[in-house]
Design a binder for this molecule. Sequence first.
Ligand code: CAA
Length: 258
Amino acid sequence: MPEFIIVEPEYEKHIALIRLNRPKELNALNLQLMGEIRDALLELDENPDVRVIIITGNERAFAAGADIKQMAGKGAIDMLKIDQFRTWDSIRKTRKPIIAAVSGFALGGGCELTMLCDMIIASETAQFGQPEIKIGVMPGAGGTQRLTRAVGKVNAMEMALTGKFISAQRAYEMGLVNRVVPVELYLSETVRLAKEIAAQSPIAVQLVKESVNMAFETSLQEGLALERKNFYMLFATEDQTEGMNAFVEKRRPDFKGE
Ligand code: CAA
């Protein structure tokens, strides 16, 4: 049983929820907690009943970053040997969509974890930041790369060079989050979005995720080639037949993931 997260594989039909659960430490991401997220995601990714995964924290904190106390005494070779970011690489390979439901602090590794997710719903109390510079280091889990892609160079520079936090509203204006909702709605709004996605063909959903992510990894031409192959491949699914027949017959499709 995990110690620092709570996993609900059937939070709602086809929707799993992972809740970070180190509230006293503002969900600081120690090595064990990150390992638990990795293991939970591997399991949920294999579970045919799960179509969408939500990661959340609590109202005060999504996560206030990597565990500074765990890192404080370490040297460069210790960090190299621990190689904590292998865990993050594994999380990144999750094929099903992951939505972050964020309230309160999403800082450092916490902000980076939201950016590993595919979409972000923020409560109006959410605060995002890459404050590593204030403790003499820098982002190490994608903060200089994914943040720059999300919000552009000048915004990423300012956040990572000053360490200052930005509000949910500012994060929305910069394109970091999908939307901002009142704090009492951030989880229900995330579930609403998850349900919309869970109602689609899971195979098409997986290939959309793969194709969109490829936009950050390849040239336009290679990305378009992958998109085209994935598009053609979906014509081998029963869900494509069901989806198109349902349109013609003017009814809602019932996608089975076959
Ligand atoms: N690591 C370890 N413990 C943390 C933590 C972290 N990142 N963030 C908060 N905590 C702990 C605090 O030490 C405190 O514990 P104690 O009660 O035992 O002292 C508890 O959580 C509550 O925190 P505060 O008392 O500080 O709460 P606050 O409301 O006064 O301040 C805060 C909240 C502004 C988020 C402040 O806690 C803070 O600045 N935290 C650190 C944020 C940070 O620098 N994150 C980046 C970490 S490095 C990183 O993430 C590297 C990477 O790229 C992977």
